[in-house]
Unconditional design. Structure first.
Length: 185
């Protein structure tokens, strides 16, 4: 069992839930390849997620890894206005390994701290107060529950090797696994 096994199991569950939620919410979603408004920021992620991305990057061709590394010099990336993994065409260079926040952003989600929320590009023409009534509760992700699970997975991951709780996503380019790892996909 790898250090990332518990995280990978959680990703599979999140992806299955998000697929179901997106199927229900599809009439109102504008998310898709090239829709990158949520990528126009610097991201931090749990250390377990950063390592997951690093292992994915480690499996890329050397010239692709070098191109990703070179993006750090992009003024928008350096200033935190663009994710280092956002390709020029608006696609995600690490889509298969992206963090959970990236997997869940866009559709209607909820938490007790913020209540219902969704990407402002979604649910066009709908009154904000009406949006929660459009989607059945079993197709709305509870971010607090998910974050609690992810925090637990991260704590267990850190117990097996140490490191900071959260780190910049760009750290995935610095970890030893980004240069190649026998466990990389």
């Amino acid at each position: 069992m790898t250090r990332l096994a518990e995280h990978e199991a959680l990703l599979a569950k999140v992806d299955a839930f998000v697929a179901r939620a997106e199927a229900v919410q599809r009439p109102w979603l504008r998310c898709g390849r090239g829709c990158d408004a949520c990528c126009r920021t610097a991201r931090t992620a749990w250390s377990v997620e950063v390592e997951h991305v690093a292992r994915y990057v480690g499996g890329l061709a050397p010239e692709r890894r070098a191109a990703l590394e070179a993006r750090r010099a992009d003024p928008a990336v350096a200033a935190g206005r663009r994710c280092v993994f956002l390709d020029p065409d608006g696609a995600c260079a690490v889509y298969a390994a992206r963090p959970i926040i990236c997997r869940t952003h866009g559709p209607l989600v909820t938490s007790t701290a913020t209540g219902p929320m969704w990407c402002e590009l979604n649910f066009p023409g709908e009154a904000p107060a009406q949006v929660p009534a459009l989607v059945p509760a079993d197709a709305v992700l509870d971010l607090e529950k998910l974050d609690a699970l992810l925090a637990l997975v991260n704590r267990r991951f850190l117990a097996s090797g140490g490191g900071p709780e959260r780190r910049p996503l760009t750290d995935a380019l610095d970890l030893p696994t980004a240069g190649g790892d026998e466990n990389a996909p």
